[in-house]
Design a protein around this ligand. Structure first.
Ligand code: C2O
Ligand code: CU
Ligand code: CU
Length: 478
């Protein structure tokens, strides 16, 4: 079966917002898709791997004329791709060469909060550094590193502080899937920007409390990119790294995008789709089979009618191995009967965005739950102003299982573990939540300007067998 619709409610697409900025087709000459370099360890000692990651300024030739001033992690823009193995202990030396404080948030990693997690309580000041270590204990997945200083997350990610962090495990490695980085397994980081005079970005000038958008699509920081396809099958690790934009993806000739993973795990079974929507901060991995094409052919990835990325077909060896019909046995705990359903209400637009009728306060804990207990969270989007909008709900520190949308089955491509789930206006989504680590974790809307605008809360996950922990939480004045 091949699905042919976007699943989400069409009236809630951001195209209906008065502030919507349509994408424009680029008239820049095609450029080779930039592939972020792999992050190399400083040293490896058995299971312990040491890295240095520096947040830095830089500039990139994105358009003809002046280079664009940008920020990145060990790179002028975006950052090097980290590849971690499940079971490794990762030691990080985090350095800030920016003119303002930043943080290093591992979106999707199940690691303790609030320091290792790198949300707003773990600042690294200009010319300063911080050392953290954590053990990777989770399934193969595509995650990401991004800045998370509150309330400057949106501006810093817009400048470029976002990079991929891939987790690999023995199970995924045993499956016949493409995994030659940069050749048949490629990052596809989708963002949009507005270029002003001299090819510069101006976050403040383009500010919109519902999320900054621009008319120019960037893929891995490349305007109008092409990628040379040298294998019959290519795995795309798509990240919606935009501040606000969702993307409605489809390929020329309605070539199927076969989804194999989403956010925090493989999907139990591959799901073939001709059209798929990705919302902010989600990751979707697809395998695309170019077997019907000849050298010289081109296949284009679009969002709505705007071309994003052109695949230029080269000579390749035929590869007729079918994808596995089954990818993952997903073990999900039963909800603990003593844990009541936890409700979360997302509301508002513009400056009025809130969670549970209140705005984020950095040193307030909004909820507490014990680790290793499984609880049903019922998330509701009550936002119906001007037709309302889709809010992508994200939790730090764990992957969750979507169990229903309005009492019905979740979408066919949200059957794995996720850490972002998007809600149409009026929708209730139920998820199963459990934590294998303790600490203080944020949960929020991942439209970055909504997050900075206070559509965020935080929970403490505790070990009932240990004495209470006093966390040193930042407030807005530290
Ligand atoms: Cu991408 Cu608070 O996270
Ligand atoms: Cu996160
Ligand atoms: Cu939102």
């Amino acid at each position: 079966k091949t699905y042919t619709d976007y699943f989400f409610d069409e009236p809630a697409f951001n195209t209906h917002d008065a502030g919507y900025v349509p994408l424009e087709t680029s008239n820049t000459a095609p450029q080779p898709l930039r592939i972020p370099e792999l992050l190399q360890p400083d040293r490896v000692e058995g299971n312990d791997v040491y890295y240095t990651i520096t947040a830095q300024t830089g500039s990139v030739q994105m358009l003809p004329g002046a280079p664009t001033r940008t920020w990145g992690f060990n790179a002028p823009f975006l950052g090097q791709t980290a590849v971690f193995q499940n079971g490794q202990t990762i030691h990080l030396h985090l350095v800030n060469h920016l003119p303002e404080l930043t943080t290093f948030h591992w979106h999707g990693l199940d690691i303790p909060g609030p320091i290792e997690d790198g949300g707003c309580h773990a600042p690294v000041y200009p010319d300063g550094s911080r050392d953290v270590a954590f053990k990777v204990q989770q399934m193969a997945s595509t995650n990401w590193l991004h800045a998370h200083p509150c309330p400057e997350t949106a501006a810093q990610v817009y400048h470029g502080l976002a990079a991929l962090a891939i987790v690999q495990d023995a199970h995924e490695a045993s499956l016949p899937l493409p995994r030659d980085y940069g050749v048949d397994d490629i990052p596809v980081i989708l963002q949009d920007r507005r270029f002003h005079e001299d090819n510069q970005w101006d976050y403040r000038a383009d500010y919109d409390p519902d999320g900054v958008q621009g008319p120019t699509a960037l893929v891995n920081g490349t305007v109008n990119p092409y990628f040379n396809v040298t294998t019959q099958k290519v795995r795309l690790r798509i990240l919606d790294g935009a501040n606000r934009r969702e993307w409605r993806l489809h390929l020329s000739d309605d070539l199927p995008l076969v989804q194999i993973a989403g956010d925090a795990s493989l999907l139990p079974e591959p799901v073939a789709m001709t059209h798929v929507m990705i919302t902010c901060a989600e990751r979707q991995e697809f395998v695309v089979d170019f077997g019907q094409y000849q050298p010289g052919d081109e296949v284009t990835l679009y969002s709505d009618e705007t071309p994003l990325l052109t695949f230029r077909i080269q000579d390749f060896q035929p590869d007729s191995r079918p994808l596995p019909e089954h990818l993952l046995d997903l073990a999900v705990p039963d909800a603990d009967p003593e844990m009541p359903i936890k409700k979360v209400v997302l509301s508002g637009m513009d400056e009025a965005v809130m969670i549970d009728g209140t705005k984020f306060v950095m040193d307030r804990i909004d909820y507490r739950m014990p680790w290793h207990k499984c609880q049903i969270w019922d998330i509701e989007n009550t936002n119906d102003e001007m037709g309302g909008m889709i809010h992508p709900f994200h939790m730090h520190g764990t992957g969750f299982k979507v169990i229903s949308r309005n009492g019905h089955a979740p979408y066919p491509n949200e059957t794995g573990l996720k850490d972002v789930v998007s809600l149409n206006p009026g929708e209730h989504v139920q998820i199963k939540v459990w934590f294998n680590v303790t600490g203080v974790f944020m949960y929020h809307c991942h439209i970055l300007e909504h997050e900075d605008g206070g559509m965020m809360a935080q929970l403490e996950v505790f070990d009932p067998e240990k004495p209470a922990v006093q966390y040193d939480l930042m407030d807005h004045h530290k």
